[in-house]
Design a protein around this ligand. Structure first.
Ligand code: ATP
Ligand code: MG
Length: 358
């Protein structure tokens, strides 16, 4: 069971996936998948989505297919990665019940990501218990698969930390080494840890309406890029501009290659030259945005193409998801059983327990 090469990640089916998901986690998943060294599970986190959408299960149902299409479009491969739906896996409900006894309310309240999300959702006055508990549920997701690695954006680090604490408590209290302590895998490039939205304010997030979606048409992408925030002090072309906190340059940093310069903007060799010109003044936003548009369109084109192909094969996707979920039920049940054995609540299989009734 302790394979130590298991990867688990997932996404909330609250909307389609966007560039933030791509650079923050999806890209790594594809890379790790292609090494052939890991056993990778990708989970559609519908239970977690319900924690702040309890009144809108329809939205969640509809987005499951959308997310599957996004997954396959970016190159996750059902022959190499197992896909599953969280709510169909009994172990993921049972484990949080046991783990919640090992976590204090104060500890949950200290979680900075949860704090921020509570604020964002106006949950300050009436906080659903389910929402407060979702870090425990996430610990169950990770440990139920015995996952060692979790490729995520930086907002998820407090969740991984919480999981590690639960693992330590469980192993200490029940004198075992059954549960594996997971590690986050962050993107290679720091600017992708928390990829900024088109508004330049904060992270790109479905809830904030500042996203470029992987499935956006080329027209929509162009409009979004042309409408992007840049440096507010860069009013005239001659003005010196800031490239550090400028999302247009941050997006270039994430996606541009020197080849793009050769093809679309040959007067510059690379991003450093372009940045230097912008910083000293004399380079207009329009020109940079047009270039960024070419770069992003080139990145999205094959993704769109694959998406179209899979849109014609939806029954196959249904089968993939069903099969992956069934496999995951079996897989996690094995760990669940060991957890119950370890706690000592395996009454009907335990001879020592049966002796009490003799
Ligand atoms: P929601 O607003 O519904 O929470 P979201 O856009 O934050 O949606 P999630 O489903 O919560 O998306 O996140 C899924 C994964 O994608 C997580 O690993 C998260 O860290 C990563 N991720 C999401 N947005 C970004 C971003 N802007 N930059 C880097 N990683 C991100
Ligand atoms: Mg989120």
């Amino acid at each position: 069971m302790n394979e130590n090469n298991v990867i688990l990640t997932g996404d909330r089916p609250t909307g389609s996936l966007h560039l933030g998901h791509y650079v923050g986690s999806l890209k790594k998943r594809v890379e790790l998948q292609e090494t052939g060294k890991y056993k990778q599970f990708v989970m559609i986190a519908d239970i977690q989505a319900l924690t702040d959408n309890a009144d809108n299960p329809k939205k969640i149902r509809e987005n499951i297919m959308e997310i599957m299409l996004d997954y396959l479009a970016i190159g996750l491969d059902p022959n190499k990665t197992t896909f599953l739906i969280q709510s169909q896996i009994p172990a993921l409900y049972e484990l949080p019940m046991f783990y919640s006894n090992l976590v204090t309310v104060a500890r949950l309240q200290r979680n900075p990501t949860v704090k921020q999300e509570i604020k964002l959702r106006n949950f300050e006055k009436s906080l659903p218990v389910g929402f407060m508990n979702y870090p425990i549920s996430q610990a169950a997701d990770i440990t139920a698969f015995g996952a060692k690695y979790v490729p995520v954006g930086i907002d998820q680090l407090p969740m991984i930390e919480q999981t590690r604490e639960i693992v330590n408590s469980f192993n200490r209290v029940y004198k075992t080494d059954l549960l594996i302590s997971p590690e986050a895998i962050l993107p290679d490039d720091e600017i992708c840890y928390r990829f900024v939205g088109t508004d330049g304010n904060t992270k790109m997030s479905k809830s904030l309406g500042n996203c470029i979606y992987l499935k956006d048409s080329s027209e929509i992408v162009k409009n979004k890029i042309m409408g992007m925030f840049t440096d507010p002090k860069h009013l005239k072309v001659e003005d010196p501009g800031d490239t550090q906190n400028n999302p247009v340059f941050i997006y270039l940093e994430a996606f541009v290659t020197d080849e793009h310069f050769k093809k679309y903007l040959p007067e510059y060799k690379n991003l450093n030259e372009l940045k230097a010109h912008y910083e000293r003044g004399g380079l207009g936003d329009m020109k940079v945005k047009k270039f960024l548009n070419e770069v992003v369109q080139e990145f999205l084109a094959p993704i769109r193409e694959r998406r179209e192909k899979y849109e014609k094969a939806k029954p196959e996707l249904f089968a993939v998801l069903k099969k992956g979920t069934e496999y995951s039920i079996e897989y996690t049940n094995k760990i669940l059983k060991e957890v119950k054995n370890t706690i000592g609540i395996n009454y009907f299989e335990d001879m020592k327990f049966q002796q009490f009734f003799h």
